[in-house]
Ligand binder design. Structure first.
Ligand code: PHE
Length: 471
């Protein structure tokens, strides 16, 4: 069979029947929004970096990584849903666009250049279309490790870490933390460090991240007050509350998420935990122990600047870009330019009839969508991968494939795609789906003719690529 390849930033990669990256996804690699000086993502990155003095900052790591880096090195099981073609952008069977900055953990530990590091980078996940999800977003990862073989003389690892905890700035925000910081039911990690050491590391992790979050949310509150916006001021007068919630990641144990009570809701801000010793061992630094965290920069920037739609980060419109400046003292709230009218349109179709086992095999070989899970996570710091389809969707239909078609046909002119109806025909057993696609440009009024043209284009591709039958 013909062998094809794609060239990305001077690097040539073979394609195969796993390839599902699209030209528009590949074209976002060169945008590097987190490095554009006055971009809100870069301003957010810099604010976080300022809370981690002395850490090494990595902001230029290539998004093209191996499945070994993105998954295996971190202990993801072979059948983890995050590995599915429906969730992840594959360049070929062994090469993906990183789904999270943790893809660089093992290599960064191996390079052993510093005790602490931060990584800011673009990450890629096939996902839903709505105002807080975009298939490319940015994460910031951080880690701190201590080498038990090179401690200041006369201190134990545990004493040393408690000493470091004392150097973290204090705050007066109320913190709920009902979780044990030690190794309840975690015998693997207990072989490598004591309960006391784990407790010291967990406290260092929690205090460091509380400091970041308190700094960010106080900045957002100051911006609200300066804006003079009455609603914003009222909402931000609620005292800030934060809480630690137990979580699971394949590469940390124990693991926690940090949530912030902001304008009436608990928001998940980051994932974190004590680094699994197997990773540090594999990285050739078995005497190091420590913690790691990962957060979604868009989510934080949206709160910090009150940016209502994730597509705005990609905008070249000066009415957006000119509102942000790294020079400005403190943060400013984004003032939306006028909201253009929405243009909702529905598309209803029959799913392809369920496949027999042998035809499913064939479908996989011709690189049609495979039977695994459909995504719903991302935008934030959730573990890569997501829950299975809620209902028993036939093997060939993956919601993320529909999302991809919509993005390819309509680009940034779609605000939201939502399943509005789903039923099984009582006689034929065929399954029907209806999706509502909301067309709305952030920059101008779309005409009905334009929206229709995009909608018809989407229908054609749904038939062509997913084998559905329009109703
Ligand atoms: N990589 C995780 C995610 O994308 C976040 C994380 C990073 C969690 C580091 C723990 C430690 O969801």
């Amino acid at each position: 069979s013909a062998s094809t390849s794609i060239t990305i930033g001077g690097r040539t990669e073979q394609t195969d029947n796993w390839t599902n990256v699209t030209p528009s996804i590949l074209s976002s690699i060169s945008r590097r929004l987190h490095l554009q000086p006055d971009h809100p993502l870069a301003i957010t990155r810099t604010l976080i970096e300022s809370r981690f003095p002395g850490y090494k900052y990595h902001n230029n790591l290539s998004p093209i990584v191996t499945t070994a880096q993105n998954f295996d090195s971190l202990g993801f099981p072979g059948d983890h849903p995050g590995r599915a073609k429906s969730d992840t952008y594959y360049i070929n069977k062994d090469t993906v666009l990183r789904t999270h900055t943790s893809a660089h953990q093992l290599d960064t530990f191996r390079a052993n250049q510093s005790d602490g590091y931060l990584i800011a980078a673009d990450v890629y996940r096939r996902d839903a279309v709505d105002r807080s999800h975009y298939p490319v977003f940015h994460q910031m990862e951080g880690a701190m490790t201590w080498d038990r073989n090179s401690l200041p003389s006369g201190t134990t690892l545990e004493q040393h870490i408690w000493g470091e905890v004392d150097k973290i700035p204090r705050h007066d925000v109320k913190v709920e933390d009902p979780n044990p910081s030690f190794h309840d039911g975690n015998p693997l990690q207990a072989d490598y460090h004591s309960e006391g050491e784990c407790k010291a590391m967990a406290t260092h992790l929690k205090r460091s991240l509380e400091d970041v979050v308190v700094t960010i949310f106080n900045a957002a509150r100051d911006a609200a007050v300066r804006s003079g916006d009455k609603v914003a001021i009222r909402e931000s007068q609620e005292p800030l509350k934060i809480r630690w919630v137990e979580a699971y990641f394949p590469f940390t144990s124990p693991s926690w998420e940090l949530e912030v009570f902001w304008q009436g809701d608990w928001l998940e801000v980051l994932g974190s935990g004590i680094v699994k010793q197997s990773i540090l061992n594999d990285a050739g630094v078995p005497s190091r122990h420590g913690w790691a965290f990962g957060l979604g920069l868009e989510r934080i920037a949206m709160l910090l600047f009150s940016i209502p739609d994730i597509r705005l980060f990609w905008s070249a419109d000066n009415r957006f870009l000119s509102q942000f400046s790294a020079e400005k003292k403190g943060f400013t709230r984004f003032v939306p330019f006028s909201k253009y009218p929405e243009c909702p349109k529905d598309v209803a179709f029959w799913l392809p009839t369920p496949q027999t086992p042998s035809s499913q095999q064939a479908a996989h070989e011709t690189s049609k969508p495979t039977a695994t899970s459909s995504a719903s996570s991302a935008g934030g710091a959730e573990a890569t991968g997501s829950s299975a389809n809620a209902d028993a969707t036939p093997a060939l239909f993956q919601e993320n494939d529909l999302m991809e078609i919509v993005r390819n046909e309509a680009g940034a002119d779609v605000e939201d795609v939502r399943l509005t109806d789903s039923f099984t025909h009582p006689k034929t057993g065929r399954q029907s789906r209806c999706y509502r696609i909301v067309y709305r440009s952030l920059e101008r009024t779309l005409t009905n003719v334009e929206a229709n043209r995009m909608h018809e284009g989407i229908k054609t591709k749904l038939v062509e690529k997913l084998g559905v039958e329009i109703r």
